[in-house]
Design a protein. Structure first.
Length: 258
């Protein structure tokens, strides 16, 4: 191997002595043979640029269960199709998760529930809530006359968690207030609460959009409509100090409410 290197070095010195000097001011003219070579180089550069411009990586988000249906389900498929190298992990948690401690890229909450030290970006329209019950339930118990009515209720996490975990938030004459609910059945997610209301077990407090089809078909009826509030839409929030990855930046842009 050493001998081969020495011989090659000598040959190179001879080649340098014999090869004519060509100034950069007088380059060799291009011929038709050069064209495919330059085209392949350009194609390679374009491919590298495309890879650089196409985000890749992981995005971890924690959100309430109804936000999955109200926000992500409608737009997630297009996002994943457009960015095949990005993976999204959505953890459903209706509590107040510390996204920094649990190493999430972002969380989702209603606007009024986002901490002030977080960057918040709206990702959905305002969310109205309804109290609903089945016709069978209302026939047996009658409709409640006000939010403090002690008819059988479904115990659920509150909409924003601002006024307590199992508090239902209402509004009347521009004044907001909460009512703590006690019930025989406690449910942590929206979907089983809707099912329980359909089964006549109790009054459910849920986003209107998620029960509208049941109301229109007569399976559920809305009560206390004059007391039910509308909340600021869901917001994506994350620490202001974080340095976002290209994948996360693409996620933020895709789900921004327009």
């Amino acid at each position: 191997m050493a001998r081969f290197v020495a011989t090659s070095a000598k040959d190179n010195r001879e080649a340098r002595r014999l090869a004519p000097f060509r100034s950069f001011d007088n380059p060799r003219p291009r011929t038709g043979k050069d064209k495919p070579h330059f085209e392949s180089i350009a194609a390679g550069i374009n491919a590298i640029s495309a890879l650089r411009d196409k985000p890749s990586g992981d995005v971890r988000v924690v959100c309430p269960d109804d936000a999955v249906e109200l926000v992500f389900r409608r737009r997630l498929s297009a996002f994943l199709r457009d960015l095949p190298d990005v993976t999204v992990e959505i953890i459903v948690d209706n509590g107040f998760t510390n996204i920094v401690e649990r190493q999430f890229d972002a969380g989702v909450r209603l606007g009024e529930a986002v901490a002030r030290d977080m960057v918040a970006m709206r990702i959905g329209p305002d969310v109205s809530y309804s109290v609903v019950a089945s016709p069978d339930y209302l026939e047996r118990h009658g409709p409640p006359s006000n939010p403090q009515d002690r008819r059988p209720q479904l115990r659920q996490p509150s909409a924003s968690n601002v006024r307590g975990l199992y508090a239902r938030e209402f509004e009347r004459d521009g004044r907001g207030f909460s009512v703590r609910v006690e019930g025989q059945l406690t449910l942590s997610n929206i979907a089983p609460a809707i099912d329980a209301a359909l089964d006549g077990i109790g009054l459910a407090y849920v986003p209107t959009d998620l029960v509208l089809q049941h109301v229109e078909r007569g399976r559920l009826r809305q009560v206390l409509s004059d007391w039910c509030p509308t909340f600021q839409g869901y917001h994506l929030y994350y620490p202001s100090r974080r340095n976002p990855s290209p994948a996360f930046s693409a996620f933020v842009d895709a789900f921004r409410h327009r």
